[in-house]
Design a protein around this ligand. Structure first.
Ligand code: GLU
Length: 436
């Protein structure tokens, strides 16, 4: 079960449906129809992309775009480039995007794309041609009022810039000059219609959630130790802002391994060091000084089992499973990756009293700032960094408060409490529209 992400997403949906069903007693048939419809994406576009390689050969790459549900607004979600992408994963991620957009209340449904590729094996030119081929595949089904892609794992602002350009060319060749290509993609470079603050938004949004959680748990921030798995865009910015605000970030990791420094890492310096050495294994950086004798090297799996207050999985899915959930010592987990905890692990953690803030809430700062980017593109007017962050914070704080209230009211763990609010919003939108 745990290696079939879409089966996991459907299992979660059905669990939540059981909790919500009593509220829909007078429209039971319509409710069941909505849950059935939400168990599969509205549409999946899939094809093999042919890409010309630098050596003159042509290679095929399997590509997907899943459009899950658009009852609350256009489909929205990133495009992932990874060798482990699968149809099941893309469908699950598109489902989670529907819930995620509902959690902070932004007017979108959910979508997700993926290509089976290890982008590190491609040259810049090959990566550009692959990205342009992807846009040709989906061009008829995206647009500011239809489906708005964004970056996800291994996709960047540069890739969004190529995609905007390819999409604009596709529109021009069809004479559709009134479409807005900039508002069709988010996570773009600031120079090309991107938003100030978008790059750090997912990590910073997670830190707004951390602040609320720590207050609810009655902890003092200077006593709180945190281990962050993953040092990509999300993990780095989470660790950076947590460190800046005075939390003790004692462990971080990249795909090659983890480091643990009990007195707390200097996160910005650790990134500088990683850039120099290529991996973080030697980057035990404290107060500006990097010295391996200040800490120790661990595996990614060991990082999750450290005796810390909070663990933050910020890399890939399915890292906390039935196998290791019982060994988690932390008081709380903030899921910054999508789907890092399997449903079986959820049950074990709940039994052990570990508080969980689920992905669709904890990492919603990214798509929420994508929404701000889209609004700015539609207005043709850009906001300052300060304006963006000052709009993000209240939405994250409100979403956390709603989760906590639902958790106390229903006695359900964090994931169920968050999903109850989100799925109810989606079902209500479907009923209001009369699509069920
Ligand atoms: N890929 C990000 C996520 O999973 C951002 C999506 C977006 O901005 O549309 O939330």
């Amino acid at each position: 079960m745990s290696n079939d992400p879409h089966a996991n997403a459907v299992q979660q949906l059905h669990q939540v449906a059981e909790l919500l069903r009593p509220q829909y007693a007078d429209q039971a048939d319509r409710f069941d129809q909505a849950i059935t419809k939400l168990s599969e994406p509205d549409r999946v576009i899939e094809a093999e992309l042919s890409v010309k390689m630098d050596d003159g050969s042509t290679k095929q790459f399997q590509a997907y775009r899943a459009q899950h549900n658009n009852a609350r607004g256009p489909y929205k979600g990133g495009i992932r480039y990874h060798q482990d992408v699968s149809l099941s994963e893309v469908k699950a991620l598109s489902t989670w995007m529907t819930w995620k957009c509902a959690v902070t209340g932004i007017p979108y449904g959910g979508g997700k794309g993926g290509v089976i590729v290890n982008p590190r094996e491609l040259s810049t030119g090959e990566l550009e041609r692959l990205s342009r081929a992807y846009v040709q595949l989906v061009a008829d089904h995206i647009g500011p009022w239809q489906d708005i892609p964004a970056p996800d794992v291994n996709t960047t602002g540069q890739i969004m810039a190529w995609m905007v350009d390819e999409y604009q060319q596709a529109l021009q060749s069809k004479g559709q000059l009134l479409e807005n290509p900039l508002a069709t993609f988010t996570g773009k470079p600031v120079m090309l219609g991107g938003s100030e603050g978008r790059e750090e938004a997912t990590g910073l949004g997670g830190v707004f959630v951390l602040e609320e959680l720590v207050a609810k748990l009655g902890l003092r921030k200077q006593d709180v130790s945190i281990a962050v798995q993953g040092f990509g865009n999300v993990g780095y910015w989470f660790a950076y802002h947590a460190d800046r605000l005075g939390y003790r970030v004692v462990a971080v990791s990249d795909s090659k391994g983890a480091i643990y420094v009990e007195k707390g890492l200097d996160v910005a310096k650790t990134l500088e060091c990683k850039k120099k050495f290529g991996s973080i294994a030697e980057c035990m950086c404290v107060d500006g000084v990097c010295d391996p004798s200040q800490g120790k090297v661990l595996t990614n799996a060991e990082l999750l089992e450290l005796p810390v207050d909070i663990i933050v999985p910020a890399a890939l899915e399915n890292v906390i499973t039935a196998e290791n959930a019982g060994r988690i010592q932390a008081k709380a987990i903030i899921e910054m990756a999508n789907g890092p905890v399997t449903p079986e692990a959820d049950e074990i953690l709940a039994k052990n009293g570990v508080v969980l803030v689920p992905d669709v809430l904890a990492n919603a700062g990214g798509v929420t700032t994508s929404y701000f980017e889209w609004v700015q593109n539609l207005q043709g007017y850009s906001w300052t960094h300060e304006e963006v962050i000052s709009k993000l914070k209240p939405l994250m704080v409100k979403a956390f408060g709603e989760m906590w209230a639902m958790r106390e009211q229903t006695n359900q763990p964090g994931r169920m409490a968050t999903y109850m609010t989100a799925i109810k919003r989606v079902v209500d939108a479907m009923m209001l529209r009369g699509v069920v």
